[in-house]
Ligand binder design. Structure first.
Ligand code: ADP
Ligand code: ADP
Ligand code: ZN
Length: 217
């Protein structure tokens, strides 16, 4: 099974992708995480995208398409994938179809997580992550604190971090990009009969329930 999670920044794509991975054994592919990894490692690519990412702009299509192509060629993607944050432009959507066709697989579900702008800004301004390597569990000042204050539920770590692009200004830019560059791919998947919506304004568990119902229905 191959699933695309579509939705604006802060909609809950990463949170729900993690659950899909646990529940269905799919591989979670986040282009945002891959790009941040390049920045952390200070690779040439990382250095070249650092500024555009911190301001909330999009990285160029060739770069992200190339990253996805590399993963799709490997054996791990065969179990099925959850795409989180890709495709984000029409060119990426078309490139994805070609890559999948070559491998004789297809997208089974495109799930759009709908959330109001003001709620998005609040979610993003409250977002923080566990800093431990190989953990990265996601928390929120307003919506999802760890069970014990200052201690990661997953790994017991006590160091956390925030993303440099989770400022209100960068979020506004990212929202604009979403409406101008990414929303135009909605009709593309609508025509293919793949697009389904879930109400992302509900709590995290309720959103998971809606997604599971779509997948299993
Ligand atoms: P995205 O990957 O779409 O940017 P995340 O999954 O990182 O979104 O979620 C953004 C922030 O909002 C995180 O801090 C997360 O804990 C929180 N969050 C996710 N889903 C919900 C929800 N349904 N209700 C409230 N907060 C949520
Ligand atoms: P969110 O969904 O919370 O906005 P992501 O982690 O998916 O965050 O993306 C963070 C940033 O990484 C984006 O603002 C953009 O700069 C870059 N990025 C991620 N995926 C893509 C993509 N498919 N195309 C272009 N840029 C991307
Ligand atoms: Zn942790």
């Amino acid at each position: 099974m191959n699933v695309i999670l579509l939705g604006p920044p802060g909609a809950g794509k990463g949170t729900q992708a993690q659950r899909l991975r646990e529940n269905y054994g799919l591989m979670h592919l986040s282009t945002g995480d891959m790009l941040r990894h390049e920045i952390d490692k200070q690779t040439d690519l990382g250095l070249s995208i650092k500024e555009v990412m911190s301001k909330g702009g999009l990285v160029d299509d060739e770069t992200v398409i190339g990253m996805i192509a590399t993963v799709l060629e490997g054996p791990e993607a065969r179990v099925g994938i959850i795409l989180d944050g890709f495709p984000r432009t029409e060119r990426q959507a078309i490139a994805l179809d070609l890559m999948l066709k070559k491998r004789k697989v297809a997208i089974d579900h495109v799930i759009e997580i709908k959330v109001d702008d003001e709620a998005l800004v609040k979610r993003i301004s409250g977002r923080y992550m566990c800093k431990a390597k190989n953990c990265g569990a996601s928390y929120n000042d307003f919506f999802k604190k760890p069970a014990v204050d200052g201690v990661c539920d997953v790994c017991g770590g006590s160091e956390f971090m925030r993303r440099p692009d989770d400022t209100e200004e960068a979020v506004r830019t990212r929202l604009k990009k979403y409406y101008h560059e990414t929303m135009p791919i909605v009709p593309y998947y609508l025509e293919k009969g793949l697009l389904r919506e879930v109400n992302g304004m509900l709590g995290i568990d309720k959103v998971t329930e809606q997604i599971n119902a779509l997948i299993e229905g």
